[in-house]
Write a protein that binds this ligand. Structure first.
Ligand code: SF4
Length: 401
């Protein structure tokens, strides 16, 4: 089975005079130079260089059944059998582009499953706050152009978003000033500090002195546009910290401008969420098992479904990341990066094309404000997940094994 990269292809980016899109983290930068001679050296971002290099080195791969090489027909037939026999398949991972997300939702609708992203905990937390109380958010571009104070709520996530500092804090091409914004880091446990700032802002006394809260409130009141950038939060207070920050932003907006900025956690999380929302009105952690969508961000959490044995098949989709799925009691059907290696081979492994390297595609930036075009940069014999999905959705196109 082979595919030829569809348009837009490498030359299209050149013709349009635009940079290349990078799909390897939630920033989805679109200003890269294309890899030269099928090699990714020269890219400044280490994560991008590693992602492009790995995919460029693996343009072919063979499907496997329990670790044994198989034909595409046999592997697709085995995947179809697993899906058809599953009571509740869990579509998880989702480290891919918008096309991969569409395929996941189509398979979940056809075979009655649940969809959750690898970073579903953070996504569901944000979704819960948004659904309960709404919020005031901004985009990366708006923050870069206008913010004069950035408050990190949680630990900075520069490891997950390597160019965030460069693109947000150190950018000199700002609309209204050349000055970099002031940055305040609150650490992994910011809830009490934000709570104290809210108390002081409301003119109420604190239970004890908190000079840091007093100083932060002063900085906030002096700022023309304060942005609360959500980072990595301790699990036991993440929900409350996010809610409290959202409330503080709302209160500050009575007299000045302030906003939350959510950047996404990993590639594909926002594309998975938005694709689900368009298709069924909900998004992550929605079950289609009863023939209609039901969302429950706690009950349909992937980890709980796997631990409690409620899901009986793990369908792991990861075209962008070669990390294998977590070990599970359930059989695994993997649509994976061609360089993926396993300690425990899944029941079925179907290697797929990497979007932005082997094939064209689209991916949402982590602030959900931009859909970035991805270009194919090399030829590959690997199938697009959408092509495999089309076969799996058509019973007659699958030869029983
Ligand atoms: S920061 Fe992320 S999207 Fe940007 S070049 Fe690096 S890996 Fe790619």
């Amino acid at each position: 089975m082979s595919t030829t990269p569809e348009s837009p292809v490498r030359s299209a980016a050149h013709d349009a005079g635009t940079g290349f899109g990078c799909p390897f983290c939630a920033l989805a930068c679109d200003d890269l130079s294309p890899p030269a001679d099928n090699r990714a050296h020269g890219m400044d971002c280490e994560r991008a260089r590693a992602g492009f290099t790995l995919a460029l080195e693996h343009t072919e791969a063979t499907p496997r059944l329990a670790g044994v090489a198989a034909t595409w027909d046999d592997a697709v037939a085995a995947a179809h059998t697993l899906l058809r026999n599953a009571r509740l398949p869990l579509f998880h991972g989702l480290l891919g582009d918008l096309g991969d997300a569409r395929s996941a939702w189509s398979l979940a609708a056809r075979f009655g499953g649940v969809v959750d992203h690898r970073d579903g905990d953070a996504m569901a937390r944000a979704l819960g706050v948004y659904q309960d109380s709404g919020w005031i958010t901004t985009s990366l571009g708006e923050a870069r152009n206008r913010a004069d104070l950035i408050v990190w709520v949680g630990e900075p996530i520069h490891d997950a978003l390597p160019r965030l500092r460069e693109r947000l804090f150190e950018c000199r091409q700002r609309l209204h000033t050349d000055a970099a914004p002031e940055v305040v880091e609150l650490g992994a446990r910011p809830r009490e500090r934000i709570d104290h700032v809210r108390t002081l802002h409301g003119g109420r006394p604190l239970p004890h002195d908190d000079p840091d809260a007093t100083q932060l409130l002063e900085q906030l009141r002096n700022a023309r546009y304060a942005v609360f950038l959500i980072g990595r939060l301790a699990d036991d207070e993440a929900d409350m910290a996010l809610r409290t920050a959202g409330e503080l932003v709302r209160e500050l907006n009575e007299h000045q401008r302030a906003a939350l900025l959510l950047t996404g956690q990993g590639p594909g999380d926002v594309s998975t969420q938005l694709c689900g929302a368009w298709r069924n009105g909900f998004g992550l952690r929605t079950s289609l098992a009863r023939g209609y969508p039901e969302q429950d961000i706690k009950r349909f959490a992937a980890r709980r479904l796997l631990d409690d044995g409620e899901a009986d098949l793990l369908v792991w989709i990861s075209s962008l990341d070669a990390t294998p799925p977590p070990q599970t009691r359930q059989p695994q059907l993997v649509f994976g990066h061609p360089a993926m290696r396993f300690d425990h081979e899944p029941a079925v492994y179907l290697p797929v094309a990497v979007p932005g390297v082997h094939r064209a595609g689209f991916i949402h930036r982590g602030d959900a404000m931009r859909l970035v075009t991805l270009f194919a940069v090399t030829a590959s014999t690997l199938p697009d997940l959408a092509a495999l999905c089309a076969r799996l959705l058509d019973d007659e196109a699958v030869t029983p094994c």
